[in-house]
Design a protein around this ligand. Structure first.
Ligand code: NI
Length: 138
């Protein structure tokens, strides 16, 4: 870690109590760690807002018996081959599949891919998790 500076902040008592509860519930050992993570979350959001290079995952669930769906999902992923780093496929049971796609690219490009996957008829749920290349978080 680069040089650490101590800062003090002013909070209303009820807000401080809620902060303390969040720190406890999150199993953080102290407030500073919690606040560092909050700041990094915000920085990641800003990177996405500015459409900078980002890293993320898209996880989606579908029934592989849905007519044409497997082909359509493969087609979408080929269209985004330059963004997709890896795809993991899990056969959840006889009918249902889960896929997690690890992506790296511009935020808007990743959003578009997530929406394309989500909108395919037969996809039951899709969730985008946003993260960062980490370059600006140290
Ligand atoms: Ni499967």
């Amino acid at each position: 870690m680069s040089g650490v500076e101590r800062v003090s902040i002013s909070l209303e008592k009820p807000l401080l109590e809620r902060l303390e509860r969040l720190v406890r519930e999150g199993n953080y050992s102290n407030r500073s760690e919690y606040i560092r993570d909050l700041i990094r979350d915000k920085l990641v959001e800003k990177e996405w807002d500015r459409d900078e290079e980002a890293v993320g995952t898209v996880t989606f669930i579908y029934n592989h018996h849905t007519r044409g769906l497997t082909d359509r999902l493969t087609h979408v992923q080929h269209d985004y081959h330059d963004v997709i780093l890896a795809t993991m496929h899990i056969h959840l049971d006889h009918d249902l599949c889960a896929e997690t796609v690890v992506v790296r690219g511009r935020g808007k490009q990743i959003d578009r891919l997530a929406n394309m996957l989500r909108q395919q008829k037969g996809v039951l749920h899709a969730s985008l998790s946003i993260s960062s290349t980490g370059k600006n978080l140290a």
